[in-house]
Design a protein around this ligand. Structure first.
Ligand code: BYC
Length: 316
């Protein structure tokens, strides 16, 4: 049955009054679907996002770096789990969502389809990718859906540590030998534009933004957040003497923003639709991990079933 106009009006009034929507509250079917789409995609991004960095755990240059990276990658798994739990409150199970990822039906962030070629890429991911995620997720911490917003508060705290470890890696390399500095600059050159693409298409080409904004899930548009990220990052690059690879980058006195050059939306579209540098490898790695973990899921379910049965009162 379609949602009644009166119920939708009342729901939208709650959002306009700044109320938080909780799992047992009435919500339009479309709101629920949009949240499931966006949150599950976010959870998948956290999980797939472990792969590019996980690739460097055994090759971290010092024990301190290895411990930092291990902790970060583990945090990303935790972020995925918080958000999958959030989606469960909307009535969809994690197994179904994971299946959508593994069969290629669900998206995950385009950024994780790029390779990590050198240690400096780990620095660039922390600085740019976690930096972009903080800008996006600080906004989502004010989203109208309570479980998603609350997950973002905790995630943003952890992302702050991630960003600092990445920036520190870059600052160290940039102040190191000429070869280390070249490596840092090369990583900046490769990760900058894909990081800007993380924010999604321009608002005029974003089919979901209007609805998500009306319902208070998104509080700011993709372009505004992207601009905020550029404005914050320019000064950080200057401070460690690395150059952002954009000849058009200049302050715009009219807006107070940093003007940046055009984004290659054809590349974005190719990556989002499965044809990026490592899309196939990423999905293959996730499928392999899922299959390797089958015995763990079976054992956990058997344990839960046994203990649930033991705890149940005997039938009269
Ligand atoms: N990549 O209408 P739009 C992390 C899709 S991980 C792929 O603007 P929306 C980390 C979009 O889904 C956290 N697809 O969509 C982990 C839509 O397709 P569908 C990463 C993208 O939802 C490990 C279509 O394009 N952050 O931090 O209004 C290590 C049209 O877009 C992308 C999140 O996941 C993309 N970049 O806005 C380090 C943030 N952009 O679904 C770090 C949560 C767009 O209609 N998500 N698409 O077929 C969001 O904030 C929003 O979903 C987006 C897109 C801004 C990404």
């Amino acid at each position: 049955m379609p949602d009644s106009p009166d119920a939708i009006t009342e729901f939208e009034a709650r959002i306009a009054a700044g109320e938080t929507i909780e799992p047992k509250d009435w919500m339009p079917d479309r709101y629920r679907k949009q949240l499931i789409r966006m949150m599950s995609q976010h959870a998948h991004s956290e999980v797939v996002g472990m792969l590019p960095e996980g690739n460097w755990i055994t090759r971290a240059p010092t024990l301190r770096r290895k411990m930092g990276l291990l902790a970060k990658v583990q945090d990303e798994a935790g972020h995925g789990l918080y958000i999958y739990c959030g989606t469960e409150t909307l009535g969809v199970g994690r197994a179904e969502l994971v299946d959508q990822l593994l069969t290629g039906k669900a998206k995950y962030s385009s950024i994780f389809n790029y390779p990590t070629l050198t240690w400096a890429d780990i620095g660039a991911i922390g600085w740019f990718v976690d930096g972009a995620a903080i800008v996006n997720q600080t906004m989502l911490a004010k989203a109208s859906y309570g479980p998603y917003a609350r997950a973002m508060v905790r995630i943003c705290k952890e992302e702050n540590f991630h960003k600092r470890q990445g920036y520190e890696i870059m600052a160290t390399l940039a102040a190191g030998t000429p070869e280390q500095k070249r490596m840092a600059q090369d990583a900046v050159n490769r990760w900058w534009w894909p990081s800007l693409m993380m924010f999604g298409p321009s608002d005029k080409d974003s089919p979901n933004s209007a609805e998500l904004t009306r319902w208070g899930v998104k509080r700011k548009g993709n372009d505004e957040l992207r601009q905020r990220f550029v404005n914050l990052t320019v000064a950080q690059a200057v401070a460690i003497d690395l150059k952002l690879p954009d000849p058009e980058l200049r302050p715009d006195p009219a807006t107070g923003d940093w003007h940046f050059g055009p984004i290659d939306w054809d590349e974005f579209s190719r990556v989002v639709h499965g044809d990026g540098p490592l899309n196939r490898e990423r999905l293959a790695a996730r499928r392999q991990a899922h299959s390797d973990g089958e015995w763990v899921r079976e054992a956990a379910s058997a344990y839960a079933a046994k203990h649930t049965a033991a705890a149940a009162p005997a039938a009269a």
